[in-house]
Design a protein around this ligand. Structure first.
Ligand code: GDP
Ligand code: MG
Length: 818
């Protein structure tokens, strides 16, 4: 007899399990392969009972196959772990064809086979060979003579007609050792059985032969140990056909003798004689049915007797177990479905087929891009980054921080040497020596200085342009990334638009600065007049002189003390009589110590502000009196004496740290005077090179600091020789005026450039982006090319759709189970 025919038997014999097989296996497949985490984790069915009570027979009936060694005496001497593995039947693997078609086409039945763990790589198609191999391997490990062994035999049966389930056949319990059996055989077997039935996930088939008093049932005793409530124990009563005539097991089967939740089921397996005559499984089952149907005692309960009902009970138990697990699986499935739906939505609709729709899609995507672009600039975008400034905020940052700081860092006279100024003054006065600071010299000097505003302004334009480029690359969104061709085209068009605007914008900004150079408005209300500049110079000089004088006095007092307490005479060390430092400038300089703004108003109102305030007048005002020459000495002493060097450099470093505002620009002017007049010599070889560098990078504060330091080292002889006091004053005055005027222009530029950039670049692009995109890309002829979907993404969507279908199917199956 060929084992290949068994598949048809199992369908008839195990109909209830067969019903379960497709559902549970599908569900398990879903749980295994799609949910991927928890498995339904079907219970192990463990068969327990005394020797020869019919355990193997029961198991065989459940599986629906003849493959286990059976017989009188001890046959099962090692645990058999039988893993049933469901193979998708050919019919279910190709749902378009009916199973009969596939049988016709392939010309053979779906394959079933067995594999042993200890015989790797070999498939047993003949199930009588499986039986033989079990016997052989039992002998190999457990010996030839009755001995049992704990080491299990692992057998897998692959079939489209089995449930993914593990069944365990165990050696039977015996009391008295025979053959090779050790004296404690009973204890050993017991512990072996307990090992398997202890697992809460196992269903215990407690087999008891009906021809032995149930009171002596070893299997029930064992089962009670691990399942005292009888929740997972099914009582199986075998050999009902072998009971003494006149007796029956009705009381047991009705649950009146021994309480088990899952009840007792009576079966009639093949007798030893049946086995010898090779009675087939279907025949045996038919005979069993007949037995119960006609038996006077069991006739009325025949529906709940027999192997089929046992299989059904097992089925129910498995179902109950699955149901218990179902809520978890359902919840997980719902989550997965939601996630997959979301993912699918992110891939968008599949490609439009009609040309009309393609046009709409292109338009939609372009509009969305334009909207996102504008939203990023306006800061209304929904996915604003929290990690860094972006879009509009970044543009404001460029205006206020980057641009503002770089403008303020410009030192408007840093690149002007004393010599430059003197030369300008000399040139503009012409051959005739003038008593006035010529307006022409200021004009001449201040105009190129305004150019210093150019690089930061251009940089501001570039930065905003770069930011817009960045925005343009980031506002496609997931929908657009589906169409890489369209995306890159849109970016190209917008980039072109931005690039087009860069030229006009930077030209305009350039001209804003050129405009400032075109006319120097010395009547500007905020401009520091020459007179005010002069008086502030004088007052600051006075301040310094006062300090110098005090220092001198201190020194002299110390000398006096030295003289008094020292060895020498007294007379020549009286303070203030030395004639060295004396108050050179009257303290009545107009506006001395008052704020600059005060002067502005004063001059603006009186209209007396002029570039040609008489210097002599100013100095007579300021430095009148007999002590003029003395004052010069002291002034120069102050600036150029080595003692003051420390003080001077301290002042410089302070200047470097000063925040740039309209007030401090004055201080800057002073510090420049100090630094250059204190240090610069016409013959200094470094000078010219630094000068050149300055006009390029005038805003490099740290560089300037170094420069100051370098030139802070006094070289008084040269300086004194090259510059007269008047020239000193003049150049200082010019510096102050330049700083003041530069400050005004700087303010204007700081105000105007962002407005220009906003108008000519940012807003222009915002307003024209949509039209530009439409006019460049909305062309029937381009649609095909533009809407070529990203292949990888299309693949992802298909995968996602498939997954969603699977989950939906799983949900459907689960609802069926319930
Ligand atoms: P195991 O040792 O518990 O696995 O029992 P087996 O399945 O090997 O059966 C032992 C012997 O009892 C075999 O010869 C079977 O044919 C016989 N047998 C098992 N069940 C029945 C039954 O219900 N009726 C009859 N007449 N014989 C049975
Ligand atoms: Mg057995």
């Amino acid at each position: 007899m060929k084992d290949r025919n068994h598949s048809s038997l199992s369908i008839t014999t195990m109909s209830s399990l067969e019903d379960l097989i497709p559902i549970v296996n599908k569900l398990q497949d879903l749980v295994f392969n799609t949910i991927g985490t928890d498995t339904i984790d079907l219970p192990q069915v463990v068969v327990v009972g005394s020797q020869s009570c019919g355990k193997s027979s029961v198991l065989e009936n459940i599986v629906g196959k003849d493959f286990l060694p059976r017989g009188t005496g001890i046959v099962t001497r090692r645990p058999l772990i039988l893993q049933l593995i469901n193979l998708p039947s050919e019919a279910s693997s190709s749902p378009d064809e009916t199973s009969s078609d596939s049988v016709l086409q392939t010309g053979r039945r779906p394959e079933e086979w067995a594999e042993f763990l200890h015989v790797p790589g070999r498939k047993f198609y003949d199930f009588s060979e499986v039986r033989r191999e079990i016997e052989n391997d039992t002998v190999r490990i457990a010996g030839n003579n009755k001995g049992i062994n704990k080491q299990p035999i692992n057998l897998k049966i692959f079939s489209p007609h089995v449930l993914n389930l593990t069944l365990v056949d165990l050696p039977g319990l015996t009391k008295i050792p025979i053959g090779d059996q050790p004296t404690d055989i009973e204890r050993q077997t017991r512990s072996l059985i307990l090992e398997y039935i202890n697992k809460p996930n196992s269903i215990i088939l407690a087999v008891s032969p009906a021809n032995v008093d149930l009171v002596n049932s070893e299997s029930l005793k064992l089962a009670r140990q691990v399942d005292p409530q009888g929740r997972r124990t099914i009582g199986v009563l075998t050999k009902l056909d072998l009971m003494d005539h006149g007796t029956n097991a009705i009381d047991i089967l009705s649950g009146r003798v021994y309480p088990l939740k899952l009840g007792f089921i009576g079966v009639v397996n093949r007798s030893q004689q049946d086995i010898q005559i090779n009675k087939s499984l279907p025949d045996a089952l038919k005979a069993e049915q007949e037995f119960f149907r006609t038996h006077p005692a069991y006739r009325n309960i025949s529906y709940r007797c027999g192997t089929q009902f046992l299989a059904k009970s097992l089925n129910n138990t498995l179902m109950a177990h699955i149901r218990e697990k179902l809520p978890d699986i359902k919840a997980r499935l719902n989550t997965l479905m939601g996630q997959t739906q979301q993912e699918l939505a992110s891939y968008g609709e599949p490609q439009f087929a009609g040309s009309e729709n393609r046009g709409i899609l292109v338009l939609q995507l372009m509009t969305r891009f334009a909207t996102n672009f504008i939203a990023s600039i306006d800061g209304t975008s929904s996915d604003i980054s929290l990690k860094e400034l972006c879009g509009g905020a970044r543009i404001y940052y460029i205006y206020n921080d980057v641009f503002g700081t770089s403008l303020n860092a410009i030192n408007p006279t840093a690149n002007l040497s004393v010599l430059d100024i003197r030369t300008a003054i000399r040139n503009s006065t012409g051959p005739r020596p003038s008593l006035f600071v010529p307006e022409l010299a200021f004009d001449l000097l201040v105009k190129p200085q305004i150019r210093l505003l150019d690089p930061p302004s251009q940089r501001c334009v570039e930065l905003v342009y770069e930011e817009l480029m960045k925005i343009c690359h980031n506002c496609g969104g997931p929908e657009l990334s589906r169409y890489p061709k369209l995306q890159s085209k849109i970016i190209e068009v917008v980039s072109d638009l931005l690039r087009e605007r860069l030229g006009p914008t930077s030209k305009y900004v350039e001209s804003l600065i050129a405009i400032q150079r075109a006319y120097i408005n010395t009547k500007h209300p905020n401009f520091l007049g020459a007179a005010a500049a002069m008086s502030s110079i004088l007052s600051s000089r006075q301040e310094k002189e006062k300090k110098a004088r005090e220092a001198q006095r201190k020194l002299e007092r110390m000398e006096v003390k030295k003289a008094v307490f020292g060895a020498n005479g007294v007379s020549d060390s009286v303070p203030e009589s030395g004639g060295k430092p004396s108050p050179s400038l009257p303290s009545s300089v107009p506006g001395e110590g008052e704020s600059r703004h005060h002067h502005h108003h004063h001059h603006a109102r009186s209209g007396s502000m002029s570039m040609s305030v008489s210097l002599t007048e100013a100095s007579t005002n300021a430095a009148a009196g007999p002590s003029a020459s003395a004052s010069k000495d002291s002034f120069l002493n102050y600036f150029f004496s080595k003692d003051q060097h420390a003080q001077q450099s301290a002042m410089l470093s302070q200047v470097n740290g000063i925040k740039h505002n309209s007030h401090s620009s004055d201080n800057l002017g002073i510090s420049n005077v100090v630094s250059s007049s204190g240090a610069v010599t016409p013959s200094d070889p470094h000078r010219s090179s630094h000068h050149g560098r300055h006009s390029d990078a005038s805003d490099d504060a740290s560089y300037l600091a170094k420069e100051f330091e370098q030139f802070g080292i006094p070289s008084s002889q040269n300086e004194e020789a090259s510059l007269s006091e008047r020239e000193q004053l003049e150049s200082e005055l010019i510096r102050r005026l330049i700083s003041s005027y530069f400050g005004i222009v700087r303010e204007t530029i700081q105000d105007q450039v962002p407005k220009a950039v906003m108008h000519l670049l940012v807003n222009f692009c915002k307003e024209t982006i949509q039209n530009r995109l439409v006019s460049e890309l909305y062309r029937e002829s381009l649609f095909d090319e533009l809407l070529k979907e990203d292949a990888a993404l299309a693949q992802e969507r298909i995968k996602c759709e498939k997954m969603l279908r699977t989950y939906t199917e799983a949900a459907r199956i689960i609802n069926e189970v319930v």
